[in-house]
Design a protein around this ligand. Structure first.
Ligand code: AMP
Length: 195
């Protein structure tokens, strides 16, 4: 199964993706994590995206599409991928559909975590205080939220038209959100259950 965890930054996508990895043995593909790793390693790609990410802007479609394409083969062996923070534009979504189609695969479900703006701002200021991530500062976060509203939210009708969109209330505890996601996904395949 291939699923997309969808929602604005700080909606809880990363937290839920990691849990699904632990419980279902799927592979998490987070373009944000891949880009942060590139920056940490000091690679040319990292140098190229560092300023863009610090400002809270989106990096180019070509860069993130290439990062995802490179990682798709390993997700097949694991029985599926959790896309976290990708796709973020309609062009990325179309590229993902065609990359998967080329491998006889598809997106099965898109889980949208709904969190209101007040709660997002509280979470982000807490995370900034605890982790000090540069793009969690209030100015960069405002840019990220605008990018979500302008460029990423238009994906909702794209996936709704394909009948793949499942809405989950992301305002509850991590456990409550997890329970709603599990309900939407159904039980894990027995062979994939780990731990
Ligand atoms: P995230 O950890 O998913 O919030 O991503 C952190 C930052 O990485 C974003 O604010 C963007 O600058 C960049 N980024 C991550 N994923 C994408 C993507 N799919 N498209 C464009 N930029 C991305």
């Amino acid at each position: 199964m291939n699923l997309i965890l969808f929602g604005p930054p700080a909606a809880g996508k990363g937290t839920q993706a990691k849990r699904l990895v632990d419980e279902r043995g799927m592979v998490q593909l987070s373009t944000g994590d891949m880009l942060r790793a590139a920056i940490a390693s000091g690679s040319p790609l990292g140098e190229r995206v560092k300023g863009i990410m610090e400002r809270g802007e989106l990096v180019s479609d070509a860069i993130v599409i290439a990062l995802i394409e490179e990682r798709l083969p390993e997700t097949e062996a694991a029985g599926g991928a959790i896309f976290d923070g990708f796709p973020r534009t309609v062009a990325q979504a179309e590229a993902l559909d065609s990359m998967l189609a080329g491998r006889n695969a598809k997106i099965d479900v898109v889980i949208r975590l709904r969190v209101n703006e007040h709660e997002l701002l509280e979470r982000i200021s807490r995370r900034f205080a605890e982790q000090g991530r540069a793009d969690d500062n209030p100015d960069a976060y405002a840019v990220r939220l605008k990018a979500y509203n302008d460029q990423t939210a238009p994906l909702l009708p794209y996936y709704a038209a394909q009948d793949k969109l499942v809405e989950v209330d992301g305002m509850g505890t991590v456990e409550a959100v997890a329970a709603e996601i599990d309900h939407a996904l159904g039980p894990p395949p027995v062979a994939a259950a780990v731990g």
